[in-house]
Design a protein around this ligand. Structure first.
Ligand SMILES: Nc1ncnc2c1ncn2[C@@H]1O[C@H](COP(=O)(O)OP(=O)(O)OP(=O)(O)O)[C@@H](O)[C@H]1O
Length: 245
């Protein structure tokens, strides 16, 4: 593994409140080192999607900041939005277009599109070349979303539980692509997932969230070494610990 020296993303004093002033997120500090794949783990409602939305700049926190290579996502949103891609089921594609036309559309509005990356993805991702978006399977949709994203050379890719329902083969293809993209370009990948198999195989780092708070974070190898047990058991131990809320 490459030595991790570049801090790609920093989160500081981040809080997010719900409508009834309940605390949805409370994160004093987080650092994401480049390159690598960080798994964002936690039960339903733990705050994974909320954190990813704040990190993408689509939602604003009540306090605190998210910065990319020292640039604040809100102050520098216009320059950063090209480089930070959120892949989420909540962000719809144009359902009536075919894959070919959708790809053409995104290409026409993208600066610095890499034909080299596009061709490699077309070869490896097996995206149907001319199928309507609303007829794509879930796996095809995620692979297609990678095809729309990676040639634009993002420095950060945030995936909001889009891999969870896919079969093992689809997940393997997607994670292998993300892994090689990250190591080739230095990009950081943050993936909200609870699939232990994927975390063990592909994640370099993990962040475990519970009720909007970070209860465990660090390099996966160090965490496993420290606890001398498998990752599934480590999650169980931390989930059982009572939080001092
Ligand atoms: N738009 C919203 N407005 C107010 N509260 C919200 C909103 N979206 C989510 N929440 C609340 O924020 C908390 C965190 O939800 P979030 O969806 O971020 O968690 P999650 O870990 O992604 O869960 P899941 O795995 O179920 O998607 C939950 O209590 C949820 O009810």
């Amino acid at each position: 593994m490459l030595e991790c020296t570049i801090i790609m993303i920093e989160v500081n004093n981040l809080t997010l409140f719900g409508k009834s002033h309940n605390l949805r997120l409370d994160i004093p500090a987080l650092k994401f080192y480049s390159p690598g794949i960080t798994a964002l783990v936690g039960h339903n409602g733990a705050g994974k999607s909320s954190l990813l939305r704040l990190m993408s700049g689509l939602e604003k926190s009540n306090t605190g900041l998210v910065s990319y290579l020292g640039k604040d996502i809100f102050k520098d949103f216009e320059s950063l939005k090209e480089k930070i891609h959120l892949i989420s089921w909540n962000l719809e594609l144009y359902q009536g277009l075919t894959t070919k036309d959708h790809l053409k559309l995104i290409k026409s509005v993208s600066k610095n599109w890499s034909v080299e990356i596009e061709n490699a993805l077309l070869k490896d991702l097996s995206v149907p070349p001319d199928k309507r978006i609303d007829k794509l399977s879930r796996g095809e949709q995620v692979r297609f979303r990678l095809l729309l994203s990676l040639p634009r050379k993002p420095m950060v890719i945030l995936l909001d539980e889009v891999t969870n329902e896919l079969d093992t083969d689809s997940r393997r293809i997607i994670f292998k692509k993300l892994d090689s993209y990250s190591y080739d370009t230095g990009a950081q990948v943050v993936v909200a997932t609870n699939m232990i198999e994927d975390i063990e195989r592909y994640a370099t780092d993990i962040i475990l969230l519970k009720k909007g708070k970070v209860i465990l974070q660090g390099a996966l190898d160090n965490i496993k070494e420290e606890h001398k047990t498998n990752f599934e058991e480590i999650i169980r131990i931390y989930e059982r610990k009572d939080l001092q809320l």
